[in-house]
Write a protein that binds this ligand. Structure first.
Ligand code: ZN
Length: 64
């Protein structure tokens, strides 16, 4: 039995933010302005947690 703590969503590659609908670079996705911070990457509390401070989120666009 190992007591190792499992790292939660902190892989060095394929970084994903809570506001992302898909992994960056995935097909049929695009970047959009973060609706929480409006693209500034900051909120009253500091760095926007929704986009991770990037001001953009990854959105599934699809082409139906
Ligand atoms: Zn944001």
């Amino acid at each position: 039995m190992s007591n190792e703590p499992t790292p939660a969503n902190t892989s060095p590659t394929g970084q994903r933010n809570p506001g992302d609908e898909a992994t960056p670079g995935a097909p049929q996705t695009g970047e959009d302005v973060c609706p929480v911070c409006g693209g500034s990457g900051k909120t009253d509390q500091g760095t926007c947690a929704n986009c991770g401070g990037s001001g953009r989120i990854v959105k599934i666009v699809g082409d139906a």
